[in-house]
Design a protein around this ligand. Structure first.
Ligand SMILES: C[S@@+](CC[C@H](N)C(=O)[O-])C[C@H]1O[C@@H](n2cnc3c(N)ncnc32)[C@H](O)[C@@H]1O
Length: 309
């Protein structure tokens, strides 16, 4: 009982502190100073341990980015499940193999747990844009370990993006977009509308907390947006992420998911079941869960062994 009250009090203090940081300039400044102090402390720690950014990585070229991610960044604080990290790496590596080029955008970066992985896949000539209401020194430091140029930190609320030429003038050139900012239905709709302008012909738009019982308004906003924008389609969802692309390119990704994704995820140490439990005309979307029984892939209830796309 005592423990419960203590936990509740700590939770209330944290809630109150978060609200203060976002609503009060002095508190925001103090928090950013605290983050800058942490960033410095980490840099000093790295310098003393001799851990530099250019350590030699072994293993296959394909797994190079992921190996580095696991070693250096996967334990950052944040909201990015290990299974989702693996799925991202598979999609990003697939884009690399297919020679799919383009810029990258993340809305809602926090300390960079997810942004670090996409950034590791970005080629030098691809720009990475990071948007957050609060851009912390710890985040900048993390990105700085991966790349020193061709990136843009925007400390703004994402609703101001449509008025920002440095983003919007790039047009539909983004091969990887991650929406993980404000989780209200209105904000998700707004972010999806921006992403629709920026997503390239062959790009992937990943939406956080889809599907989610904690944020049902995100589910509703996404489904309603897709219904009203049929040139976009969701090809897969799982472990709190939904993956959307333009309808014309969906077959490329669907074949990859059907033929390759399970093997690729397993090669990265994660064993999942990939579901295609509906007909192709019934949304044509795969689901990814932790392994269920002996199924690598699981078809519809009436034909569990049949995967149709
Ligand atoms: C769940 S965290 C992001 C987690 C991060 N992607 C990760 O992998 O750990 C949400 C972030 O969105 C930011 N945020 C909230 N509302 C926002 C808005 N309207 N525009 C931009 N960023 C926002 C918050 O400051 C916070 O850093």
């Amino acid at each position: 009982m005592k423990g419960f009250f203590l936990q509740k009090t700590i939770f209330r203090i944290r809630q109150w502190a978060t609200r203060l940081v976002y609503s009060n300039r002095v508190c925001k400044g103090l928090y950013k100073t605290w983050s800058a102090f942490h960033a410095k402390r980490r840099a000093v720690g790295r310098a003393f341990s001799g851990n530099t950014t250019d350590s030699p990585y072994t293993g296959s070229q394909e797994l190079r980015a992921f190996t580095r991610y696991q070693t250096e960044f996967s334990n950052l604080p944040g909201w990015f499940l290990p299974q989702a990290q693996v799925a991202w790496d598979c999609f990003l590596a697939f884009q690399g193999q297919q020679d799919i080029h383009g810029n990258m955008l993340e809305i809602g970066v926090w300390k960079g747990k997810s942004a670090a992985l996409s950034t590791l896949h970005a080629r030098a000539n691809e720009s990475c844009i990071y948007v957050d209401r609060l851009v912390l020194s710890e985040f900048k430091e993390t990105i700085g370990l991966i790349r020193q140029s061709n990136h843009l930190f925007l400390e703004v609320a994402s609703e101001s993006l449509p008025a920002m030429p440095q983003v919007m003038q790039r047009g539909a050139t983004f091969r990887w977009i991650h929406i993980d900012g404000e989780h209200s239905g209105e904000a998700v709709w707004r972010d999806l509308a921006v992403a629709d302008e920026l997503l390239s012909d062959k790009g992937i738009l990943c939406i956080d907390d889809f599907p989610s019982c904690a944020y049902p308004q995100v589910n509703f906003a996404v489904v309603e947006f897709l219904d009203q924008h049929p040139h976009l389609t969701m090809i897969a969802c799982g472990h709190n992420k939904g993956y959307i692309c333009r309808a014309e390119i969906a077959p490329l990704y669907l074949v990859f998911i059907k033929d390759e994704l399970h093997r690729q995820m397993k090669a990265r140490g994660v064993d999942v079941t990939i579901w295609k439990s509906g007909r192709p005309a019934d949304r044509n979307c795969f689901g990814i869960t932790d392994r269920v029984e002996l199924f690598d892939y699981r078809g519809p209830d009436w034909a569990p062994g049949k995967i149709e796309i």
